[in-house]
Design a protein around this ligand. Sequence first.
Ligand SMILES: NC(=O)C1=CN([C@@H]2O[C@H](COP(=O)(O)OP(=O)(O)OC[C@H]3O[C@@H](n4cnc5c(N)ncnc54)[C@H](OP(=O)(O)O)[C@@H]3O)[C@@H](O)[C@H]2O)C=CC1
Ligand SMILES: N[C@@H](CC=O)C(=O)O
Length: 354
Amino acid sequence: MNAVAASLAPEAPRTAVVLLGTGVVGRALLTLLGTPAAGSLRLVGAANSRRQHVFADGLRPADVPDALAKARDGRDNAPLLAALDATGAGRKVVIDATACTKEATRHAEWLERGYHVVTANKALAGGHLQGWRALQAASAGGAVYGDAATVGAGLPVLSTLRRLRRCGDSLLTLEGVFSGSLSWLFNQYDGSRPFSALLGDARRLGFTEPDPRSDLSGEDVARKLLIIARHAGFALGSDEVEVESLVPEPLRDLDTKAFLERLGELDEPLARRHAEAKAKGKVLRYLARLNQRGRARVGLVEVGPDHPASRLSGTDNQFALTTTRYHSTPLVIQGPGAGPEITAQALLGDVLAL
Ligand SMILES: NC(=O)C1=CN([C@@H]2O[C@H](COP(=O)(O)OP(=O)(O)OC[C@H]3O[C@@H](n4cnc5c(N)ncnc54)[C@H](OP(=O)(O)O)[C@@H]3O)[C@@H](O)[C@H]2O)C=CC1
Ligand SMILES: N[C@@H](CC=O)C(=O)O
């Protein structure tokens, strides 16, 4: 019997959860919810973009895809929240594993209503400053915002920053590689295979955003930079990050399907950038930087063999934090920064930490 099945019982669970999003990350989380680590949780509802299914006594995680395929009601969060309430659980949690901006705008409201929110979706915390402020105000009521998955796919970046700040330390500068997919792409790319073919692989491996332009445009990296900077006390607006997009102009306004059919148009400009860097003995890395004056930039940079980002592999992210106490050399957090399993684990970890 799986772990959540073991908790299918009429008495109130300690923690009840609903899951929004059953894509790459959501499915990996459903797998983890079926393991003993999740034994104390009761999953009472799940939704994709079109439908939801609720069952107050608990859903077996493995049954969710089937239940959603058979569900008839159109998309509505009210029955999911009602299912959480009906459990009488001490901790009621909404897990957001979508990339949907509309759902993200509801995070603050859910917190205000006493639901904990655990999210991989960065659209609110990494969006307009107003949204970030609404989140801070809503969290003051006691409900917890679990955001480990929003930066570094769960690498201990935000938790470290919070701990340093509690001790009175302050972030001075920040630099690194914040995108797992762009890291993987530029760590692999040597000109022998077209960039578009590698991007296809990165999508299949679950590293990219649902629309890979969110990665290639720098938007996803900028969101992570904003989340970290805001945690560190920099009140940065989303329009204050200088962002270099790798998406050619004619591909920017297409729908996702049309964009995916024209991926080949990425190849020539990137092959040229790669050759230029190679001629100087350098490699390309998509870097994020925040300086002491709060100036933020994300974009493609040629780095030499002495630069720490030149030695990354796989989906490695790297966050170099210079603080008032980590001053002569930065505190560096490095490791895989994309992938369904580690992201799902970050979500589960935040739920279990409640
Ligand atoms: N992949 C990774 O390595 C990491 C991803 N993340 C974040 O995780 C999130 C999910 O990514 P991923 O799983 O790759 O994306 P997918 O596109 O694979 O899945 C997204 C899921 O969200 C569902 N969805 C969309 N809108 C809604 C809605 N309004 N209500 C309920 N469900 C909705 C989609 O439904 P449908 O199936 O109907 O399309 C789909 O099931 C993103 O925010 C991403 O930034 C964070 C860290 C790492
Ligand atoms: N698409 C993102 C996934 C994690 O946030 C990335 O490539 O880093």
